[in-house]
Design a protein around this ligand. Structure first.
Ligand code: PGA
Length: 215
């Protein structure tokens, strides 16, 4: 199984999100998807998009973040209990969360536990082999900060070396993220070692994203 994850970050209006799904679905109607394709929109769009994609059935929904707390007096937080039943996946530990919101390995482990407790599968991001990976992580995305949003995608050979260094258990899915495009996607998949991608900028356009998904 391969994973293609669209990380929209803090982009798009609700109207644009609907249009994205309409356009993407128009492509997949002709050529049904065989892989797991997950869209991670801003949280306020999760419910409207869930309603929309349940009609199309081939898209999954994920959140870009989850609270480290189970609930209570934490103004502004969205917890696992809130997200349960809405999302199947949660991106945890993205470089931007680590860099701009000071999320360290300890905080991220709490987030991981909250996701798992809610029955949400974490897509756990690391930027290097020194980032600690929670023991039960099943989907790991390696995203070197030098490659995120820069157009400087990491050499596929280097990505495979990183995977070896991580010495992951056999049932782990290892994804790559960082300036993935429809032009470079195949060079990663060809290695036979990379189980899919976490995609930022190129996922904002449904056709570009579709091209990656079918690469
Ligand atoms: P990018 O972002 O594809 O725009 O480099 C990747 C990510 O931030 O997950």
């Amino acid at each position: 199984m391969r994973f293609f994850i669209a990380n929209w970050k803090a982009n798009k209006t609700l109207a644009e999100a609907h249009l994205w799904v309409d356009e993407f679905t128009s492509y997949t109607k002709k050529n049904p998807l065989t892989d797991t394709v997950i869209i991670c929109p801003p949280d306020p769009f999760l419910i409207p998009l869930l309603d929309k994609v349940s009609e199309t059935s081939h898209l999954e929904i994920g959140t870009q973040n989850i609270s480290q707390y189970p609930g209570g007096s934490y103004t502004g937080e969205t917890t696992g209990k809130h997200l349960k039943g809405i999302v199947k996946y949660a991106i945890i530990g993205h470089h931007e969360r680590r860099a701009y919101f000071n999320e360290n390995d300890d905080v991220l482990l709490e987030k991981f536990i909250q996701a798992k407790t809610a029955g949400i599968e974490p897509i756990y991001c690391i930027g290097s082999t020194t980032d600690k990976i929670p023991d039960q992580a099943k989907i790991i995305a390696y995203e070197p900060s030098s490659a995120i949003g820069t157009g400087q995608n990491e050499d596929p050979k280097r990505v495979v070396e990183i995977k070896k260094e991580l010495n992951l258990s056999k049932n782990t899915f290892f994804l790559y993220g960082g300036s993935v495009t429809s032009q470079n996607a195949t060079s990663y998949l060809k290695t036979g070692e990379i189980d899919g991608f976490l995609i930022g900028s190129e996922s904002l356009d449904p056709l570009n994203f579709y091209r990656i998904v079918t690469s």
